[in-house]
Design a protein around this ligand. Structure first.
Ligand code: CP3
Length: 344
């Protein structure tokens, strides 16, 4: 079994496994070359291309996990919510969901095997190429993060429209979250059938909420998501529950589910792990560390390793995604250092 999967199960490892959120992307010259010819959506929807992009950071840097090249927003299409990736401002929802009628019009159920079949095809192609030493990670957006995209119509700093709906009409909010949760369960289970070996749920925007609001409006759906994905699966598939910007929420996220909690750099890894107890931890190097000279980068990586103190269940990662201006040579420095310095 790969070091990555061992760490997810909190078993002893030969070295701390590492991968990097957004490890396939614009910081890689070969990615930018492909992007000159194809749009992002064309890249994800052509399985041969998506598989090649998924594998490229593994071939170049030797991470312990490969993350499927796709996007959290792909599920909006089978849900019936039209969107596009614009050139400069990221994703845009054509008609943001702002009324009960718009929520009613969203699909009750999706058939991910069919409507997102190209993702399943990519998974099969990647699995054929990956050695047993590298785990393939599937993923989805968490219902809150997806719902807020649908409501805001794109990225947001304050999530005011999403909060307006959530706080003023809990009935409509729950209908929306239930639909998104059901679709996400179906999508993640389809990814498992196609061959992913671990799953990450990205609740990237959840840090906008208070603990009480998380408990009331989000946590019941997240619990159902984790139990729904795992129900009667043949093999136990580890799930990583990632959230950012809301340190007070980690205990509540842990209660909701996940074998590994993914934390950002704003929290102390050791204190957070102690507070969360028996669960794996993924993180949590500040992505800005990649901009420092190699020796400083190594020192900063060592500080993260020191906080984890060789405990079983640590997966090394950045605290959030790598940025497009990162230097690929620094990614190599980081991966090599974590492997060498953590060798048991
Ligand atoms: O390497 C990987 O991590 C695998 C693929 C992946 C992408 N998006 C590819 C992508 C993953 C796991 C995601 C997740 C994702 N997508 C999240 C959650 C992760 C996080 O950072 O918190 C979110 C919020 C999105 C939504 C999204 N997709 C945005 C906001 C954008 C535009 C902003 C940006 O970074 O360009 C995208 C587009 C996107 N998704 C790109 C990539 C490589 C850039 C596309 C391009 O222009 O080439």
């Amino acid at each position: 079994m790969s070091q990555f999967l061992r760490a997810c199960r909190r078993e002893p490892v030969e070295h701390t496994p590492i991968w990097v959120m957004r490890q396939a992307g614009r910081y890689q010259p070969q990615y930018r070359e492909l992007r000159k010819k194809l749009s992002f959506i064309e890249m994800v929807s052509q399985p041969e291309i998506a598989a090649q992009v998924t594998l490229s950071p593994i071939e170049q840097f030797g991470m312990d996990g490969a993350i499927l090249f796709a996007d959290i927003l792909l599920i909006l299409e089978p849900l019936g919510v039209g969107f596009e990736f614009t050139k400069n401002d990221g994703p845009r929802i054509a008609e943001p969901i702002r009324s009960a009628a718009a929520i009613d019009a969203i699909a009750e159920r999706i058939d991910a095997q069919e409507s997102l079949g190209y993702v399943m095809e990519t998974i099969k192609l990647v699995r054929r190429e990956l050695s047993e030493e590298t785990a393939l990670i599937g993923f989805a957006g968490a219902p809150f993060t997806l719902a807020s995209y649908m409501i805001e119509g794109g990225g947001s700093k304050d999530y005011l429209q999403a909060k307006k709906l959530m706080f003023s009409d809990k009935g409509a909010w729950d209908v929306l979250m239930t639909k998104v949760t059901d679709a996400t369960i179906d999508y993640l289970r389809a990814q498992v059938s196609a061959g992913v070996q671990a799953l990450q749920v990205f609740d990237s925007w959840v840090g906008a909420l208070s603990p009480d609001d998380y408990r009331t409006y989000i946590q019941p759906h997240m619990r159902r998501l984790f139990t729904g994905v795992k129900a009667d699966l043949e093999a136990d598939i580890p799930m990583i529950h990632f959230g950012t910007g809301g340190p007070m929420l980690y205990p509540l996220m842990r209660e909701a589910g996940g074998d590994v909690i993914g934390i950002d750099w704003r929290v102390d890894l050791r204190d957070t792990w102690e507070a969360l107890g028996d669960v794996g931890i993924m993180g949590n190097l500040d992505p800005g560390s990649l901009l420092t000279p190699p020796d400083t980068l190594r020192q900063r990586a060592q500080q993260v390793l020191d906080k984890a103190a060789g405990r079983n269940g640590h997966i090394f990662n950045l605290g959030h995604g790598i940025f497009p201006t990162a230097d690929p040579d620094q990614v190599k420095v980081l991966v090599d250092y974590v492997h060498e310095a953590s060798a048991r």
